[in-house]
Design a binder for this molecule. Structure first.
Ligand SMILES: C[S@@+](CC[C@H](N)C(=O)[O-])C[C@H]1O[C@@H](n2cnc3c(N)ncnc32)[C@H](O)[C@@H]1O
Length: 154
């Protein structure tokens, strides 16, 4: 099962749904984004492969350990209460389970800088068992990262 935060372009969601039968839940605060994704993926919703839930990532209406794979792309910048969001993500992650957070070094307002070692430390403080970050750079995104956090038994 895959759970995601935010929906706008949703290239990764397209790839997952294209892979074949899935069970994906999307979480979004914005009615507009939910509306756009609902229209774009009507068939997947009708087939029960995609569910969209309007919720803030800091307090989600899900059971503990409900999701084995979680991802977010370009959302971390908006979590002013990121420690609370990381704890909530940890709560809904299954054991074993994985979380992937993808983000650029600079947020959209170019004021804040997102540092992988800080993100990794916060994820470990939230209860994850291990973390690692992949770094890349291109002309469209500048420097960007994908931090993977794992939850394992014991
Ligand atoms: C920049 S868009 C990224 C969308 C998409 N993942 C992409 O890369 O194109 C950020 C999205 O995160 C959503 N968002 C921001 N804070 C959120 C929160 N606390 N909980 C859930 N969604 C949130 C916004 O409504 C917005 O749709």
């Amino acid at each position: 099962m895959v759970w995601r935060l935010a929906s706008a372009e949703g290239a990764l969601l397209n790839m997952i749904l294209d892979e074949g039968p899935s069970s994906v839940t999307g979480v979004e605060t914005s009615d507009l984004a939910i509306d756009v994704v609902s229209r774009r993926h009507r068939q997947a919703i009708e087939q029960g492969e995609l569910k969209l839930v309007r919720s803030n990532a800091s307090a989600m209406p899900f059971e503990d350990g409900e999701f084995s794979k979680i991802f977010s792309v370009n959302v971390i910048y908006f979590w002013s209460n990121s420690d609370q969001v990381f704890q909530e993500i940890n709560r809904v992650t299954a054991t074993p389970g994985h979380v992937a957070l993808c983000y650029q070094q600079q947020g959209p307002d170019k004021k804040d800088t997102f540092n992988p070692s800080q993100v990794e430390r916060s994820l470990m403080s939230a209860g994850f068992s291990s973390t690692e970050t992949t770094t890349a750079q291109d002309k469209w995104n500048g420097l960007y990262f994908c931090t993977i956090a794992r939850k394992i038994a014991g």
